[in-house]
Design a protein around this ligand. Structure first.
Ligand SMILES: Cc1cc2nc3c(=O)[nH]c(=O)nc-3n(C[C@H](O)[C@H](O)[C@H](O)COP(=O)(O)OP(=O)(O)OC[C@H]3O[C@@H](n4cnc5c(N)ncnc54)[C@H](O)[C@@H]3O)c2cc1C
Length: 301
């Protein structure tokens, strides 16, 4: 972005806002062009002040650990707010209720709930994102979903005002959450059950099961496609003969067909082309249209 195009940032934030930051460093696929502006808030009040002083026409993208995000090679116009290492408070409010800010990693919530004798929160252990991302995606695993445990969420709107909302104000589905436009999660109260017998063994077992079936440790975004009703995306992709299919340095995982791996030098365009190829092939072979679970954002190169 040229200096002329640069949005006006107030003196308070000028030195803390980074420019032209490669999103490849902030996504688990390790691809993506530069974000015009990149900001990590100190706390919720700091985030509100930052949002408030941004000119209203500057788009804002909230990012957690980038574990469900394909950022195109041309990057992101506007401001990226990173929750990585920010808004990290986690506390117990009562016997069964916890309060967590949006930047807390899901794995930490899982471990802490086990320590508090609360469950079922173990499913969160294998989801490599933040609470904010889990709320935006209704992340889930092993038959559990984030929003089943939500009592209230705290959100920030584009004018920097804070609101508390109930689940009834959202349309919540499988990996889908629709609420008021231009609002972001900054925290939530979650309700679990007392499960005094639960221990870290349960988490270890779930992580072991993942390692056996998923290419953990490789650069991916987890499942690329949602499961169509009554079907498994991975099974449809595998039986269409797509395991190992390659575009550039990206390929359909040999271990789990719903994962796409960046072997090191893939571009976002390779991954997007592969996504399209998988969709077209599965449609042709099985007559099923696969929808992406991953969020695709940004401008093409
Ligand atoms: C190896 C691997 C395994 C995975 N397994 C699972 C699994 O079992 N189940 C599952 O559901 N997912 C899984 N995922 C996908 C991913 O981890 C989840 O979708 C996770 O919830 C994304 O969180 P994040 O913080 O990284 O969000 P990001 O990827 O950074 O963002 C995802 C979306 O949420 C939005 N968002 C992020 N933070 C906020 C916020 N504070 N307010 C509003 N919007 C926000 C972003 O704008 C974007 O649209 C897996 C991913 C990987 C790499």
């Amino acid at each position: 972005m040229s200096a002329q195009q640069s949005p006006d940032i107030s003196a308070e934030f000028k030195l803390r806002v980074l420019r032209d930051v490669s999103m490849a460093k902030h996504t688990s696929w390790h691809v993506g062009g530069p974000a015009d502006l990149f900001f990590t808030p100190r706390d919720a009040a700091d985030l509100a002040s930052f949002i408030r002083q941004l000119p209203p026409d500057v788009p804002v993208l909230m990012v957690g650990l980038g574990s469900n995000l394909l950022v195109r090679d041309g990057g992101i116009r506007g401001a990226v707010v990173s929750m990585h290492g920010a808004l990290g408070a986690l506390e117990r409010l009562s016997v069964t209720r916890i309060q967590t800010e949006a930047g807390v990693p899901c794995a930490r919530i899982a471990r802490q709930c086990v320590k508090w004798g609360l469950g079922p929160a173990e499913f969160l252990a294998g989801i490599p994102g933040t609470l904010g991302g889990a709320l935006a995606m209704n992340a889930g695993a092993w038959g559990q979903e984030t929003w089943r445990h939500v009592v209230e969420v705290d959100v920030l709107d584009r004018r920097g005002f804070r609101h508390t909302r109930k689940p009834a104000e959202y349309e919540i589905g499988y990996r889908s959450v629709k609420g008021p436009d231009n609002e972001w999660f900054i925290g939530a109260r979650l309700e679990f059950e007392r499960t005094p017998g639960v221990n870290t063994e349960a988490i270890r077992d779930l992580l072991d099961k993942r390692r056996q079936t998923q290419p953990i440790g490789e650069w991916s975004c987890g499942s690329v496609f949602t499961n169509p009703p009554g079907r498994h995306a991975a099974q449809l992709i595998e039986s269409a003969g797509l395991k190992g299919f390659r575009c550039g340095d990206a390929s359909v995982s040999e271990k789990h067909a719903n994962f796409i791996i960046n072997h090191g030098r893939a571009l976002a365009a390779d991954i997007e082309a592969l996504i399209l190829h998988v969709q077209r092939t599965v449609e042709k072979v099985h007559g099923v249209a696969l929808s992406t679970e991953v969020r695709i954002v940004g401008a093409p190169a």
